[in-house]
Design a protein around this ligand. Sequence first.
Ligand SMILES: N[C@@H](CCC[C@H](N)C(=O)O)C(=O)O
Length: 278
Amino acid sequence: MEFTKMHGLGNDFIVIYGEQTLPDHAEELALRWCDRYFGIGADGLVYILPSERADYRMRIINSDGSEAEQCGNAIRCVAKYVYDRGYVQGEEVTIETLGAGVQKVAIQSQEGRAVTVTVDMGQPVLDGLRVPTTIDSEQVVDIPIETDEASFRFTAVSMGNPHCVIYVDDAVNFDLNTWGPKLEAHPLFPKKVNVEFATVLDRRTVDMRVWERGAGPTLACGTGACATLVSSVLNGKTDREAEIRLKGGSLFIRWDEQDNRVYMTGPAAFVYTGNVTV
Ligand SMILES: N[C@@H](CCC[C@H](N)C(=O)O)C(=O)O
């Protein structure tokens, strides 16, 4: 089976193109191939599939074998894949996702290669039960969350997948490995949650580190950056447009006041193509 290794700001994926549907044993393939010692190594396994509603359909399986509804970094990789290989005409691509419907993607290119990609990530979901959390409220903003050893305050946002944003003094040096797993599996989140730790530097710049549901600490999370911007606006900490600085680099996020949609701009890159046994 041919695969292509790609990444968005170091959030890395094994990309498969040419299949008609997601294989039944995709969970087992993700566990095996994403393993960094016994496999290829990646945060997730991404299938680019045919779609009846869009140019392509994306399915993403986390490195622990669970399927995610959406992935911001992977959608930029998918757009670059189909654009650079000439599988779409023009600089606009539509990609169907499991959790966020059909998303429109605009490509900024040089010499026929996508350099940056802007994705219309849709409208954030703020209703507590729909994120989902166990809290029945129109918004879940700055709410206490307790673990055995510590308490934090969080804001819940779904970008098609669930996020919990927590403000800390120093996100860059935050102890992700201790608190990430406890919060990911906290009983407030029936489908588990992606956890973002953020420090606001000024109204247009935020440092953020992420513990991803099903993948652990990753170098970047596109949906997490979008959720962080939305949360920062709801908490009165930033303007509606900001640079979200992740370990692997920056994403530029805008939450449009008119259409209530979130727009994400950032790069995507090829690493190599190889063959793997199925
Ligand atoms: N890295 C992603 C999100 C991938 C899915 C996530 N781990 C989940 O389970 O929801 C991104 O860039 O958005």
